[in-house]
Design a binder for this molecule. Structure first.
Ligand code: NAI
Length: 334
């Protein structure tokens, strides 16, 4: 049995991995700690580590892991912007990921955020629990007939576009690598930003897409625009978002990801003082809905993640080619 240190484990990970690991010849050592330079030592004597989106796989962590004998990192996620791929290559550590597990999970969550905000069901939920049945302040907006800008038409973006088209929206899309023939209009990013009533982000975080929705971009948006981000927090300049929520330029924002999420997302910090004022202020707005990077969290996706991750490791330990390997030749993260 090959030993793998499984960092940042959650109760919802274990049933799927417990079921599949023995068949793949893996012994998993579950750890609640996040992986980083200070916790890398916990992987001593393990040939591989299994990591998630907010684990720190920078150069220092990788250097220490290689000293302790780790030869592979199996990411149980699609994104790899938290991995220094050049450093991994230097240390001789191979990196695998799960390129796609359930695009429908993420697309459906984006739609859930959108419809919750446009019909204010999050506010109705808290009101009726308090026996407040007033409709004051709950006027919604139809998606039918609106222009929905989809930034990135890969696996998730295409599904989201199909869903909103099903609701009768007009889809405007931007992608440097368009899917011609998908049946919607591709436009330049600046045109999408000016013309959309809803903007939903479905592209990777790279140096080029960092703060793609910048302060300048907010100026170009329609008044009352609804923003949905289920991709990566740093696609949006959060300070600029907050200012535009406060001014009313942004009608609503549904955020499953946040620029500085690594410090708080996935944790219960309800009894602690939260120092991030931008997040505090965003959370206090009635038209901002934040979920804790949970768009992937469905039974179907968890099973697929466990299947592909255990198979990546099985192939690695068997000396077989691993189709889902990523190297430093890849763009800087998704
Ligand atoms: P994908 O790789 O299938 O599609 C990404 C698309 O973005 C591609 O079509 C690509 O050409 C396009 N793209 C690249 N650079 C762009 C740019 N500068 N502007 C616009 N589009 C650009 O990825 P997939 O599976 O559709 O996932 C999309 C994103 O969703 C991922 O990058 C990841 O950050 C995020 N994600 C979030 C999860 C969550 O739980 N919140 C779970 C899984 C993925």
């Amino acid at each position: 049995m090959e030993k793998t240190a499984f960092f940042d484990v959650r109760s919802y990970d274990r049933p799927w991995f417990d079921e599949l690991a023995p068949g793949a010849g893996l012994e998993l050592m579950y750890l609640e700690n996040r992986l980083g330079p200070d916790t890398a030592i916990l992987a001593r004597d393990c040939a591989a580590v299994c990591a998630f989106v907010n684990d720190d796989l920078g150069a220092e962590t990788l250097r220490r892991l290689s000293e302790y004998g780790v030869r592979a990192v199996a990411l149980r996620c699609a994104g790899y912007n938290n991995v220094d791929l050049a450093a991994a290559e230097q240390c001789g550590i191979r990196v695998f990921r799960v390129p796609s597990y359930s695009p429908a999970s993420v697309a459906e969550h984006a739609l859930a955020l959108l419809l919750t905000l446009t019909r204010q069901t999050h506010r109705a939920f808290t009101r009726t629990r308090e026996r407040n049945f007033s409709l004051e302040g709950l006027v919604g907006t139809n998606i039918e007939g609106k222009s929905v800008g989809v930034v990135g038409t890969g696996r998730v973006g295409l599904r989201f576009a199909a869903m909103v088209r099903g609701l009768g929206a007009r889809v405007l899309a931007y992608d440097p690598d368009p899917q011609w023939g998908a049946g919607f209009e591709y436009v330049r990013l600046d045109e999408l930003i000016c013309r959309s009533d809803v903007i939903s982000l479905h592209c990777p975080l790279t140096p080029r897409t960092y703060h793609m929705l910048s302060r300048a971009a907010f100026h170009q948006m329609r008044d009352g625009v609804v923003l949905i981000n289920t991709s990566r927090g740093a696609l949006i300049d959060s300070e600029a978002l907050l200012d535009n929520v406060k001014s009313g330029k942004v009608g609503a924002a549904g955020l499953d990801v946040y620029e500085e999420e690594a410090d708080v997302f996935y944790e219960d910090v309800s009894s602690k003082v939260m120092r991030d004022d931008t997040l505090n202020l965003l959370l206090s707005q009635p038209n901002v809905l934040v979920t804790s990077h949970q768009a992937f969290l469905t039974r179907e996706a968890l099973r697929a993640i466990a299947e592909v991750t255990t198979d990546n490791l099985r192939r690695f330990f068997a000396g077989e080619p691993v189709e889902n390997e990523i190297g430093s030749f890849e763009p800087a993260g998704v």
